[in-house]
Each structure stands twice: as structure tokens, then as C-alpha cells.
Write a protein that binds this ligand. Structure first.
Ligand SMILES: [Mn+2]
Length: 405
């Protein structure tokens, strides 16, 4: 069966397992007494690696093990699919449209014991008790409570020296002659090129297994190595393409939630400068919708000049609940940081947008990876200082009750 036809029927396959087994639903397929459902699930970022690994591995396994069902699931709610612009771009090139895809919210709330889960591109999951196989390239997190819930029989293939999980899938795809699919090869190839930053020697995000697989896929696709740079540029541009997104979607596109015991602070990374974002019509409505329950919102902007490839970055801090002291505390922590020095400066033209604080970040090497821990420490410091007040309140509230008992 071809990849397209396989995908067109996965929804029906899933439905057959989830609805109470109706004889009519099963009549269409060859009956097998122990026909089992295997979900193939990527990680919650649903980047190209996770999405492609899940889709292609599910297809390969489904073709090789016809007595069972394999269904790929993208680990995001369906509403977030438009945000994954590079995924949409590559899937579009392969004729895969959103209606045939399955998402996290297509799954039932309760996972019964008889459903097996195959994790790709991550290995810590709340579905651990159901997991039978793992293909991953993240550093092993065997201290995570959910990791310890994996069954002893779970087959683990975790290799952090590999740049892309798609390499691990490609190894399985190419290991046997069947099935063969141009689309599968194309998706795996593109993913490896993107994840390894096109085998950049400075980024060093690849190993020999990635190199071997990209070459073998190129042989199958009849592509030359010289075509990689163009493909890489195309994928990077697709990932940064926010032209079809609403402003609230731009905020959600690449968001990380920073959680302490007391609060949740979203850090939104955007492929546009914050300064330009806040000037857009509807920006205030979008920010209010995005950060409705947060004391603080951190915006990280980045813009790559298409003309010369020069990178610019800036930062915005906004508090919807008017916590100006908290904003000031985080601002100071960012400005004072020396590891790394973010080189924050005021913008040439100031903005009063929602009473927030907006700064240029002249150290363009520093990314969210560097900024997140600085923000977190500032939040914890601030909470520690304000903690005493809370305890006093609780003390006075509870004292009369204690006296009565
Ligand atoms: Mn990955």
C-alpha cells in the first residue's frame, strides 16, 4: 500500500479500536484474534523530526506487520497544527493535508492496557506503562519518574550521538526492501538535513549514522549532496514563515512555559522582533488572549535580514496583572547577567505598549536557552522574598481555627 493511501485510512483504523468493537467496523479488515493497536507518538514540540518520525515509522511498521495496526499521532492539539509551519510545508510537498492527520486530542482520555505506544523523538512520557518501544536521540533522562514506569520488556533505542530521530527511522526503513516510498524517503531526508543544520561543522549536531543515512536516502531519491543547502534554506524559511498566522498564533508558535511552585510564566520565541510585533494592529488583544493567567509574559524576538543574513534580537517583558515590581526584578536580572552578557540596550524609539519593558539584545548569540534560567532565578528570588508575607496571612487566618480545636 502506498504512503498516501495508508494515511487516508488511519482515522478509520483508530476508530475501529476505540469505539466498542462493532462487527460492521471489523468486517472490512482481515480478522485477527489478537489484532493490536500501536500508536506511534512524537514529542510535544511536534517539530519536523517528531512529526516525520512518527508518520514514517508507523507506515513502515504497518506494512511489515500486517496482523497489527500502527497509527501515527502528532503530540499537539489539532488547533496548534498551523503553528508548525515547517511541518505543514513538508507535508504539503508530499500531498499530506491536515484532515488525514491524527492529533493528541483525537485520542481517548483513558488509555486502556491493550493499546501499545511507540515513542519517537522522546523517551519520557505519561503513557510510560503502555510504551513497548522507543526510538530517541535525546540525552538519557533515566531519573525522570515517568521513565521508571516503563516496563522491563520495553525496547529502548536511545542514542544522543545521533542528530535526528529521523536517522533512526531511516535505518529501519532502509534495512529491508519493503515498503518503498518516495515520500517517506523525502521526508526523512529533509528532516535529517534540517536537524543537523545541514551538517554544519560548527554546530556539530550530527554523527556518522546521520551522514550514512542522508547519503543512502539521496541514492534512493536520486539527489546530489549539492542540493542540500537549497533544501535547508527552504526549510528554515518555512519554519520562520508566520505570514499565514494570526498574532495570537505567532505568540503560541514557539512557546515554553516556565513553571515555579507559585506561578507560570510563558516565554514566547518569535521569528519577528518584539518591537515590530507590538506595533501591529491587534497586538494588545493577542497578548491579552495569550497571557490571560500569567503575572508575567516574556517575549523573545528574532529577525534574520534576508538580504545579508544578519540576526537581530530583542526582549519584551509585560505584566497583564500590573506586577510592575516583578517586571523590574526580571529586567534587572537580565540586564545584570554576565553569563552570558546579553548586552541589553534601550530601543532607539521607546514604546509604551501595555506598560511593558522593551530592550534590544545586542548579544545575538544568546538564545532562549540562556535567558530562561536567568528569568527562572529572578522569579524564585522574588518568590522567596514575598513568601514570608504569605505565611503571615495563613498564620493569622488559621490561628482562630486552631484555638477552637
Ligand atoms: Mn529530534
Amino acid at each position: 500500500m502506498c504512503f498516501q493511501r495508508y494515511l487516508a485510512q488511519v482515522r478509520t483504523t483508530l476508530g475501529r479500536h476505540l469505539t466498542e468493537t462493532s462487527p460492521a467496523a471489523w468486517a472490512a479488515v482481515p480478522t485477527h484474534p489478537n489484532r493490536k493497536l500501536h500508536l506511534v507518538l512524537g514529542n510535544e514540540s511536534c517539530d519536523l523530526d517528531s512529526a516525520v518520525s512518527a508518520m514514517t515509522l508507523a507506515f513502515v511498521y504497518a506494512q511489515r506487520n500486517r496482523e497489527h495496526d500502527y497509527v501515527p499521532v502528532l503530540n499537539i492539539p489539532r488547533r496548534d497544527y498551523p503553528l508548525k509551519t515547517e511541518v505543514g510545508h513538508m507535508f504539503g510537498k508530499c500531498g499530506i493535508s491536515e484532515p488525514v492527520l491524527l492529533f493528541r486530542d483525537d485520542l481517548p482520555k483513558e488509555m486502556t492496557r491493550d493499546i501499545s505506544v511507540i515513542l519517537v523523538d522522546h523517551h519520557v512520557s505519561s503513557l510510560a506503562p503502555n510504551v513497548t518501544q522507543i526510538l530517541d536521540h535525546r540525552p538519557l533522562d533515566d531519573g525522570a519518574p515517568d521513565y521508571k514506569l516503563l516496563s522491563a520488556s520495553c525496547e529502548k533505542n536511545i542514542d544522543p550521538t545521533v542528530g535526528s530521530c529521523a536517522t533512526l527511522v531511516a535505518e529501519r526503513y532502509l534495512a529491508e526492501n519493503e515498503p518503498r516510498s518516495q515520500n517517506v524517503a523525502q521526508l526523512l531526508h529533509a528532516t535529517i538535513v534540517l536537524d543537523t543544520i545541514n551538517f554544519s561543522p560548527t554546530a556539530k549536531r550530527f554523527g556518522p549514522r546521520d551522514q550514512c543515512m542522508v547519503q543512502n536516502l539521496e541514492l534512493e531519491l536520486g539527489l546530489g549532496k549539492d542540493q542540500r543547502p537549497q533544501l535547508f534554506d527552504e526549510l528554515v524559511a518555512a519554519r520562520a514563515d508566520i505570514s499565514k498566522l494570526k498574532l495570537a498564533e505567532v505568540l503560541r508558535k514557539d512557546m515554553k512555559m516556565l513553571s515555579t511552585d507559585r506561578q507560570e510564566v510563558p516565554l514566547a520565541g518569535m521569528p519577528i522582533l518584539v518591537r515590530d510585533f507590538v506595533d501591529k494592529k491587534g497586538a494588545e488583544v493577542a497578548v491579552k488572549e495569550f497571557a490571560v493567567n500569567s503575572n508575567l509574559l516574556v517575549l523573545l524576538g528574532m529577525y534574520v535580514d534576508p538580504a545579508d543574513g544578519q540576526v537581530r534580537r530583542d526582549v519584551g517583558l509585560i505584566s497583564l496583572s500590573g506586577q510592575s515590581q516583578l517586571v523590574e526584578r526580571v529586567r534587572q536580572a537580565l540586564v545584570k547577567s554576565s553569563d552570558p552578557d546579553l548586552q541589553l540596550r534601550p530601543h532607539d524609539v521607546e514604546t509604551q505598549f501595555m506598560g511593558g519593558c522593551f530592550l534590544r539584545q545586542d548579544n545575538v548569540q544568546a538564545t532562549r536557552k540562556h535567558i530562561l534560567p536567568i528569568v527562572k532565578e529572578a522569579l524564585l528570588d522574588w518568590e522567596a522574598e514575598h513568601c514570608c508575607d504569605c505565611e503571615e496571612v495563613i498564620y493569622f487566618k488559621e490561628k482562630p481555627q486552631l484555638g477552637l480545636s
